[in-house]
Design a protein around this ligand. Structure first.
Ligand code: SAJ
Length: 431
């Protein structure tokens, strides 16, 4: 029975390789639509936790996970033999950057090897991992074609960028349009049919390579526009203008403008990394991606710019940065999340530590973190903690903090996120 029929009859068995913040929500979405999902992950700890019904992903509730497992809609395993019984295999593994800012395809290669080992005639393989254009057709396709297997006859292959936004209250998998691009037309059509079972709108493009680039454009667009407003913030400081006022007013333009906001830099697992994947590929084609590189430089320079502003604030008050008590509010990479991967707050803290400031932090979502070889803990935001700080530094504006109280009790505040808008007081400065 072919894949189309099995999809229509909900008999198609879905395999998802990589059960992280992309793979696990995707698995649950297929389960909700009545499909059987075999989940695979190399982490014994993750699989054991899932088997005990414990979700470690923000958007997957443990009770739903338990329900799907007891209804035998979902099972997790570290063994890959089960791939052979899947009609569709979706690879959702991470693509980190090496220290040299080159793409690290280790996870994609390992996953593809497992898929190739257990490949069964007629299977559709889809790569969702964000990667540079050409990965699917130039790296994954040859690995699956080993042993004389032929695309379109023995297997099908497509790329579909993930658009999972953890914690987004409005957009989930089913109502976020899904781009798909096949290594051949038949693969595009099959991938369209698979995702049409769980997503309201599926957007086919002409190739896997185009689909890979769509994702990188989306996030390079963000990086470049964030860099523009970060540069604007520095220009406004020299002009004696409030960059937040200027952007807010510009955002009243009902067409042709999209607001971004300055900050102490960019963090997370997408925006710092994805543009680098494109930049790396372009350089192999002897093309200089100047916008991406300039954005990387500007965004990467914001932690130091923030520290320079604090140094000036203290210096104007006759205080050296060295030995000053600096209390940081918010170390996560974006508001109301506990994720502090690649957070620019960490860069700011290291720079302050190197300047011999006495650094502490308060973040209700991040109780502990490791920095400069030490384990730091979030301090309680007591009146004393605020009053005794030589400078309070707002780096991520979590909603749980009373910023009017921070302004009232602090001698100096440097606000890199406009959390203190409208709270004018001597000693309060914004980016
Ligand atoms: N940032 C700014 N100014 C802005 C926007 C973001 O400084 O105007 C900073 C944030 O503080 C953060 C970093 O950039 O440190 C990244 O922020 P983000 O809002 O882009 O959030 P991410 O990293 O969670 O990006 C994800 C991406 N989702 C996917 O790749 C599927 C991105 O494409 C989404 O647009 C974004 O979520 C979103 O809109 O939430």
């Amino acid at each position: 029975m072919n894949l189309r029929v099995r999809l229509r009859d909900k008999n198609a068995r879905i395999g998802i390789l990589g059960l992280g913040y992309v793979g696990l929500p995707l698995a649950m979405e297929f389960c909700r639509k009545g499909f059987h999902v075999s989940g695979f992950d190399v982490s014994r700890q993750r699989v054991d936790g899932l088997r005990r019904g414990r979700s470690y992903v923000l958007d997957v509730a443990s009770d739903e996970l338990k329900r799907m497992q007891s209804a035998r809609h979902f099972e997790a395993s570290t063994r890959f033999e089960g791939l052979a019984s899947c009609d569709v295999v979706i690879i959702c593994v991470q693509t980190p950057l090496r220290k040299t800012r080159e793409p690290d395809l280790t996870n994609i290669l390992a996953a593809t090897q497992e898929v190739a080992k257990h490949l069964r005639k007629g299977q559709l393989v889809i790569l969702e991992s964000t990667t540079f254009p050409g990965t699917t057709e130039e790296i994954v396709l040859p690995m699956l074609s080993k042993g004389g297997r032929k695309l379109g006859r023995d297997f099908f292959l497509a790329f579909s960028p993930e658009r999972v936004d953890p914690g987004n209250p409005t957009y989930g998998i089913s109502n976020t349009p899904k781009v798909v691009g096949g290594a051949d037309l038949a693969s595009t059509k099959l991938a369209q049919e698979v995702y049409s079972e769980i997503v309201d709108e599926v957007v086919p493009v002409s190739s896997a390579k185009a689909a890979e680039l769509v994702k990188l454009l989306e996030n390079s667009f963000r990086s470049v526009n964030i860099a523009l407003v970060n540069e604007m913030a520095q220009a406004c400081h020299r002009l004696g203008l409030d960059v937040w006022e200027v952007i807010t007013a510009a955002a009243t333009k009902p067409f042709g403008f999209m607001p971004f906001y300055p900050g102490p830099g960019i963090g997370g697992h997408c925006i710092p990394k994805d543009p680098q994947l494109l930049a790396w590929k372009m350089k192999t084609l002897d093309f200089e991606p100047r916008f991406i590189q300039l954005a990387t430089t500007i965004n990467g320079g914001m932690p130091r710019y923030a520290v320079e502003r604090i140094w000036t604030m203290l210096n104007d008050a006759g205080r050296a940065l060295s030995g000053s008590r600096v209390l940081i509010l918010g170390v996560a990479y974006k508001p109301n999340t506990s994720d502090y991967r690649e957070s620019p707050a960490l860069d700011v803290m290291v720079l302050l530590h190197e300047a011999k400031a006495n650094v502490s932090y308060h973040d209700p979502y991040v109780p502990h973190l490791e920095l400069w070889g030490r384990k730091l803990s979030s301090v309680k935001l007591t009146d004393q903690a605020l009053k005794s700080a030589d400078c309070v530094l707002i780096l991520t504006a979590h909603r749980d903090i009373d910023y009017a109280r921070v302004v009232r009790l602090s001698r100096r505040v440097f606000d890199a996120r406009n959390a203190t808008r409208g709270m004018e007081k001597a000693g309060v400065q914004r980016l």
